[in-house]
Design a binder for this molecule. Structure first.
Ligand code: NAP
Length: 307
């Protein structure tokens, strides 16, 4: 029998959608994908989620959201959707473990930060000096030098944000020319706390016996190598939205993000909604993802009621 609502993803967006849909009596089935709990599980402390005066552990927040959804009757299973058929009134989704049928679908599959793939990156990822989120982790690196890798708007934005905390921000970019908008580049170039390391390719993240990062090894265009001292490497080389399994059924933009209607969650397929980082390249925060999950569940509920 077809599910009322199938929710894909258990980050902030998916779990908030699950809480709302479950509380509306829809008994949603929620599929945990490749990274159960989403990006919050890769960060240590979340200091900007409203309601937690002294911050909250990312895993704890996610665990609590899941328990809250279960309390209202959400069901959970593990699977990854490979392909979909949204042509009929009942949506069909083919996963590695099973094929699912649902009247309404909420896709909250998130986006994965692009990583460099260099030695040391995975070893220190999380709380030890490699991260992909300045908003989440910047405040942990006060009065110490940090590196930002990338040459797009995200890297510039992260570098500027980090100047609030760090003693110095070294922006490492593999080319001379930036991909970022001119206004961002000018802000970065004119900031007293930001140093540029251009034409530099990151080679390895290096750490000490304390298990923490102490530098980033880079190679310049002439082949010379040097180590840039830093306490954290912020990687900002773009995100990859997890939308591949849903095209061409759903529309995506040039970067692969779902294209939604004015309410930010409806797609061109009636009854299929999107929420969180797979549909948002602008804000990408836990709280905005949660907000989209809430909207998607309310829209799904209204849509089902109108059937
Ligand atoms: P992006 O524009 O794709 O830039 C990614 C940057 O990372 C590029 O400079 C790229 O270098 C570099 N890079 C990629 N792979 C790399 C690797 N393996 N090693 C070293 N460097 C690597 O991504 P983004 O900055 O996240 O921006 C994504 C979209 O969101 C853009 O459309 C952007 O305008 C938008 N955005 C806007 C704002 C804003 O308006 N405030 C803020 C953030 C993002 P190359 O240049 O050499 O390719």
């Amino acid at each position: 029998m077809a599910e009322n609502v199938l929710i894909l993803g258990t980050g902030c967006a998916g779990l908030t959608a699950a809480i709302y849909a479950a509380r509306a009596g829809l008994s949603p089935l929620v599929l945990e994908g490749g990274q159960p709990g989403g990006q919050l599980t890769t960060t240590s402390e979340v200091e900007n989620f409203p309601g937690f005066v002294h911050g909250v552990d990312g895993n704890e927040l996610i665990t609590n959201m899941k328990a809250q959804a279960e309390r209202f009757g959400a069901k959970f299973a593990w699977d990854r959707i490979d392909s979909v058929d949204f042509s009929g009134p009942v949506k069909k989704l083919v996963g590695g473990e099973a094929t699912y049928e649902a009247k309404a679908v909420i896709i909250a599959t998130g986006a994965s930060p692009r990583l460099l793939g260099i030695p040391g990156e995975k070893k220190y990822y999380g709380g030890n000096g490699v991260t992909t989120c300045a908003t989440c982790d910047g405040a942990f690196y006060r009065n110490v030098p940090v590196v930002v890798v990338g040459g797009g708007d995200s890297a510039c934005e992260e570098a500027l944000f980090l100047t609030r905390f760090a003693s110095k921000v070294i922006l490492v970019h593999r080319r001379e020319k930036f991909r970022a908008s001119e206004i961002m580049v000018q802000r970065v170039k004119s900031h007293a706390k930001i140093e540029l390391a251009l034409n530099c390719n990151p080679l390895e993240v290096l750490g000490g016996e304390d298990g923490k990062v102490h530098s980033l090894r880079v190679q310049d265009a002439a082949g010379a190598q040097r180590d840039i001292a830093c306490k954290c490497v912020f990687i900002a080389i773009g995100h990859v939205p997890n939308s591949q399994a849903f095209t061409p059924a759903l529309a995506v933009d040039d970067n692969g993000y779902f294209v939604a209607g004015d309410n930010t969650v409806s797609t061109r397929v009636p009854g299929v909604f999107v929420a969180g980082d797979c549909a948002d390249h602008v804000y990408r925060q836990a709280i905005t993802a949660a907000g989209m999950g809430c909207r998607a569940a309310i829209e799904a509920e209204r849509w089902l009621a109108g059937l």
